[in-house]
Design a protein around this ligand. Sequence first.
Ligand SMILES: *[C@@H]1O[C@H](CO)[C@@H](O)[C@H](O)[C@H]1NC(C)=O
Length: 254
Amino acid sequence: MGFKHSLLTGLAVLTTITQAVQLFSNTGTTSGWSSIQTEHNGQVTQVTNVVGEGTTALKMTQTYDSSYTGRYHSEVHVDNAYSIGDQRFYGFLFRLSSDWQSDPAQGYNLAQFIGDFSAITTCDGWMPSTMIWVVGNQLYTRLKTGSVCSQTTTQISTGVTVTPGEWHKIVVQASWQSNTSGFFKLWYDGTKVVEQYNVATTVAEDIPFQFRVGLYANSWYDEHQMKGTQPFRQVWFDEIAFGTTFADADPSQW
Ligand SMILES: *[C@@H]1O[C@H](CO)[C@@H](O)[C@H](O)[C@H]1NC(C)=O
């Protein structure tokens, strides 16, 4: 009885311990990523002069070029960030340059989940599900549901006004489900600003999604133009992580 009890207690402790798993972490360095993507004049560099925590951060830049017709990614990628059925937390710090021009408003993506569907369908290739971005100084996110051949995108306004030149913290929790058994939450600087239950959070096709952070100046490509007068854009990132508990992803806790 005593042995059985302590065995059960031991198993319970083990279960609790193994449930908290940090699956990925990066302290603002260019090492350890599945891949690093820079398009056209974009750059991803490890810096020590502007950091969110510790001694290093990642600086992502993009430069508009009216004679270039391609996309503008400056991102770091980590594979296998989710599959259907996973319930995980993702976190990072970011800082827009202090002179970030937000008027006139145009969208700049900061983080995204994306999968390569080219092997299983001709409807799409690399398809992002949830993205996190600013338009002007407002923060948005979204859910992508349905199927790759019939995508439904639901934009979510966070109500957050982002202050350029300051480090900000984002933590996302998602239960990734293609039916309405999922949920999605987003914390900004420690305050929960999005909380949706009983929602689909991804498409029906189950392939592993990457988690990416970085500056992706997607509006320059999508809108075939740059608005405003700031063709050189800089965003810093630091303390990028994901895992099974809030503490695994929260930059303040690991
Ligand atoms: C939703 O899908 C999951 C598989 O990811 C399944 O286990 C669950 O029973 C489904 N729920 C509903 C309400 O259909």
